[in-house]
Design a protein around this ligand. Sequence first.
Ligand code: CMC
Length: 392
Amino acid sequence: TGKVTYDPGFANTANTSSAITFIDGDEGILRYRGYPIEELTEKSNFIEVCYLLIYGELPTQEQYDEFDARLRRHTLVHEDLRRFFTAFPYDAHPMPMVSSAISALSTFYQDNLSVFDDEQIDLSSIRMLAKMPTIAAMAHRKSEGLPVIHPDNSLNLVENFLRVNFGYPSEPYELDPLAVKAMDQLFILHADHEQNCSTSTVRLVGSAQANIFQSISAGVNALAGPLHGGANSAVLEMLEEILASDDGAKSYMERVKNKEQGVRLMGFGHRVYKNYDPRAAIIKKTAHEILERTGGNDEMLELALKLEEIALADDYFVERSLYPNVDFYTGLIYKALGFPTDMFTVLFAVGRLPGWIAQWREMINDPETRIGRPRQIYTGEPKRSYTDISER
Ligand code: CMC
């Protein structure tokens, strides 16, 4: 305790030390466990990155095979959990369906952290990782009125994810290697980002010793907001709005700069990056590759490039160090892969999951962890006396 520091949005307050992710916002550097993001997206794969984040080191071949096999073994969800999805309204947004289903996992796996058990925590981490693609796809299929596709455990986590989202019950699913590569790369790029809003939420909820499912469900809800993960679908909606209007990119930018209420250049700006977001640089390249191959959506990519060009040459954005962030180009790729706009933030959640798990485990094992309990500056009434309701 002692002197309370006023720091809205925790812009300058570290709530924890962490050995997982390093960001240098001025230099545009992002590293997981010391490995630069550029190298991981080029040479590694998502499953390996999950292992790296959670266990701290790249796996040996044997460790990789065992981890991969465990992830394949736990893909199914309980049939009763599946029935949750019939209860949601037909037009429900997939994000709250996903967070509800994750919360519901804690009714099937009743981890109790007052009985601290490393094996239980590890099994729950695997269950969470393995079931997330199944749950995410169920939300997607529900929102489109399509039948649920069961996972095929001859496929790995990323391949399976595409199958359960896009397969048909009676047909073998043909994997598109470019789609697998793009999905894998996008998941790697989202896998962790130190103490962002959703991750801090996971840690805060977990600091009360809520279990992993409860903590991560809270993180998914934080991610849903348009200033956080929800920005990826907001970007696409913004591009659609500009294309549908007669006014074009320049006029939209004027509205942004005039700070018209609710009008921001979505997918721009970041609390920590004051230079180009290294994730956006990689994603921009992938967007070109995917859109070239599918031949569609060029109009939107061109518009996005134009908005970026205008912004990077404009004093408003330069003075405030606003650059494209991870969400600026991802939506174009997700759309080209066939995902509906509502699913974009769920894709972010699937990618961020290993980071949440790694951070939750680091938090629970850190002897310095105390229950998260921010202070406040009280600005209310001084002491006063109660008046009876008849006298007010
Ligand atoms: N468009 C227009 N103006 C902006 C934008 C933007 N996208 N972002 C920041 N500003 C302005 C803001 O109005 C403020 O101006 P002034 O100094 O005149 O008041 C200044 O830049 C600083 O902004 P801030 O809101 O104080 O910055 P923050 O660090 O609190 O917020 C942010 C960071 C990411 C929430 C914000 O930049 C934003 O709303 N961006 C759009 C939403 C978005 O793309 N979010 C995704 C973030 S990255 C991945 C993720 O977390 O999911």
